[in-house]
Design a protein around this ligand. Sequence first.
Ligand code: HEC
Length: 153
Amino acid sequence: MLKTVHIAALASLLVLTACGADPAPEPVEQIIVREPGAAPVATAADDPDSALLAEGKAAFANCSACHTLEQGAANGAGPNLFGIVGKAAGSVTGFGYSDALKASGITWTAAELDSYIADPAAKIPGTTMVAGAIADQGKRQAVIAYIESVSAN
Ligand code: HEC
């Protein structure tokens, strides 16, 4: 019984983390059933990586109105972000970028993404990304980790 609940929760967490198809933030819930003397059950909160990715998936709600994340998905108001870490800015095929972003010369590292998401217009004056900034640094780190994890699949 204990094992079943844990494995089901873990499996759904992995599916949520891996596919990223649903733009709505999904609450990650686990029902923990402890039996006397049973070994402690690992939860998302105990595992820093999965907790970070769950937070990042939720924070991607700030982006998903304009950006898809799955490989090969269509561009929206913003470009598809699959595999964005390591790419040159302005290089997603078929997206009409601002001249400012195309001329930025940026290669997207986690640090470059962090400062762009914190304040796009300060980072690249003239960018047409006019919403979606995240002020909270922890949330930015989580969303970047999530974007990287989806791209790595
Ligand atoms: C209101 C729509 C909108 C939202 C919300 C939004 N973006 Fe954007 N984003 C854009 C647009 C438009 C561009 C293209 C900007 C340009 O060409 O100057 C862009 C560009 C980008 C780029 C550069 C991509 C490239 O190919 O160089 C990254 C990275 C990015 N957004 C990440 C994010 C993240 C992460 C979030 C959420 C935290 C987010 N955006 C939220 C509209 C949005």
